[in-house]
Design a protein around this ligand. Structure first.
Ligand code: ZN
Ligand code: ZN
Length: 68
């Protein structure tokens, strides 16, 4: 597939990826390869920007218990 047009985040670089979630065309700088999402979506996915310090204190247990 080919993505033509400018990155819809910075609108200055040529888009080379498409966000899996919102479908926006984004450039390499605004695409998170780890998630396949644009940075806006990957930030909302709770992943952080590749750092392990994305956990916000006080937002841990919100009934989202996963038991294994
Ligand atoms: Zn961009
Ligand atoms: Zn997105």
């Amino acid at each position: 597939m080919s993505v033509s047009g400018l990155c819809q985040v910075c609108e200055s670089a040529e888009a080379s990826h498409t966000c899996d979630q919102c479908g926006r065309a984004v450039c390499d700088q605004h695409h998170d390869d780890a998630f396949g999402l644009c940075l806006d979506c990957s930030a909302g996915a709770g992943g952080g920007n590749g750092s392990e310090t994305g956990e916000e204190p006080g937002r841990g247990d919100t009934g989202d218990d996963v038991r294994f």
